[in-house]
Design a protein around this ligand. Structure first.
Ligand code: 9WN
Length: 439
């Protein structure tokens, strides 16, 4: 096992600390992102957690994903939150009382025995399942892991590529900023301006009990998040009936879908089936990503606003994440690599990648996805750099990741200007992806 390259000088200690975070955040067969701020199971968090957990216990990593997939809706969607019934409803907003999945989502096939949200998050799950399998193929085969998760993952991607192809361009749309996983990125501001916020008295935030005001989305943001989610709920979470007030094509989300299709191809082949249809889908998504979202002038991918069909004039880290797609044209990969070195994304105080353009008009070094550097996006970009053979940059990013994770106590994110850790500490995906990079 190579745990030698951490610049902290104490890779074994870092390994133990990261494992301890995951143990502390364990809640039955799954893991909460943070004991304080996020006390339930989150969709893409669990995928990242499984990617790290596989190095501690392949079985636990499998169970992490299986627990999430057990809450899948009949229409194929994987909900972004699976609520723990033992946690008081006022511990997190919006709670099950708000989403009402088992009642309002019945026609869309929400499970009756579990409460979940009604929206989704980026599709990292097929990649996670494949990586988990590869960590211990024998244990995976013994438990029939791939055979059990494969149909669920295929249904998930089918949902995204059919019901969520709202633009008709072969990409999946997100219909709520929370679905992107980058809640308050300035990339959503323009589209959100069309949304009438719910009145402040209509909801009570729980996040401010644990998070600092300056770190979190604003009340005005929350008003719009609540309005969009309530409208979706009133439409029965039915993508055909809903009049989505917000619908965008996000490069990060779709890049992960392409990577997920490649993982599904590998899963199919491992099970003795034909993976070609998935490979073809991955190629098509990668192609559509470039056709619809690549901005050749800026040298980054942008978000497409489906209400007016235009590209959004903001640069976010989501526009660099497509580097993780192996089938990208080499010239595009080169431009993304250059963007990582440019003034917009090379942060003064950390080797991680800021969530938003450092020179952008909306840059805010503290506020969540409006500037801070996050560990999951760094992990994805690291994977992308390796995928395209940029080994030196990958090594630097890995080193920066491990240094920051250890120094900040596995912070949720880092201020890219001062280097200070922000948000929650002992954050699960920071710890899990630390394990993965140390391995
Ligand atoms: C809403 C759990 C989640 C992450 C998201 C991150 C944040 C939730 C919130 O926390 O979102 O889903 O309440 O702010 O933006 O990426 O999955 O860690």
């Amino acid at each position: 096992m190579d745990r030698s390259a951490s610049s902290s000088g104490a890779p074994d200690a870092l390994w133990r600390q990261a494992a301890d975070v995951l143990a502390g955040n364990r809640a039955g067969s799954s893991t909460v992102p943070s004991r304080t701020l996020y006390p339930h199971q989150w969709s893409w968090d669990s995928a990242f957690v499984a990617i790290g957990l596989r190095h501690l216990s392949a079985r636990r990593a499998q169970r992490e994903l299986e627990t999430l997939l057990a809450a899948q809706w009949a229409d194929g969607r994987i909900p972004h939150i699976v609520f723990n019934p033992a946690v008081p409803h006022d511990a997190y907003f919006p709670s099950p009382d708000f989403w009402q999945s088992s009642r309002a989502g019945r026609a869309a096939g929400a499970p009756s025995g579990r409460e979940t949200s009604g929206i989704v998050q980026p599709p990292v799950h097929a990649l996670a399942a494949w990586l988990v399998h590869r960590a211990d193929p024998e244990e995976s085969r013994r438990r029939g892991f791939l055979a059990r998760v494969r149909p669920r993952l295929a249904a998930w991607h089918d949902y995204l590529l059919t019901r969520r192809d709202l633009g008709g361009g072969g990409l999946a749309a997100v219909v709520h900023p929370w679905e992107s996983g980058m809640d308050n990125s300035p990339c959503w501001d323009r589209a959100l301006r069309r949304v009438e916020p719910a009145p402040p008295g209509a909801f009570r935030r729980a996040d401010l009990h644990h998070g600092h005001h300056a770190d979190r989305p604003t009340d005005a943001d929350y008003g719009r998040y609540v309005r969009l989610a309530a409208d979706y709920r009133e439409a029965g979470y039915d993508d055909r009936a809903a009049r989505h007030g917000f619908a965008v094509e996000d490069p990060c989300f779709n890049a992960l879908l392409a990577v997920g299709e490649l993982a599904l191809a590998a899963i199919a082949r491992d099970l003795g089936a034909d993976g070609d249809a998935h490979t073809a889908r991955a190629e098509r998504i990668a192609h559509r990503l470039v056709v619809r979202l690549w901005d050749a002038d800026a040298g980054v991918f942008r978000v497409r606003d489906l209400r007016d069909g235009t590209l959004v004039d903001e640069q976010g880290v989501g526009g660099l994440v497509p580097l993780v797609v192996p089938r990208l044209p080499p010239a595009v990969a080169d431009r993304l690599r250059a963007a990582l070195h440019g003034p917009r994304f090379r942060a003064p105080a950390t080797r991680l990648v800021p969530a938003y353009d450092l020179t952008g008009h909306a840059f805010d070094a503290q506020r969540y996805w409006r500037g801070p550097a996050w560990f999951n996006t760094a992990w994805l970009i690291h994977r992308g750099l390796l995928t395209h053979g940029f080994h030196q940059e990958a090594a630097q990013l890995r080193d920066g990741f491990l240094t920051e994770a250890g120094r900040t106590g596995f912070a949720e994110y880092v201020d890219p200007v001062t280097g200070a850790g922000r948000g929650a500490r002992r954050f699960s995906w920071t710890a899990a992806l630390t394990l993965d990079l140390l391995r």
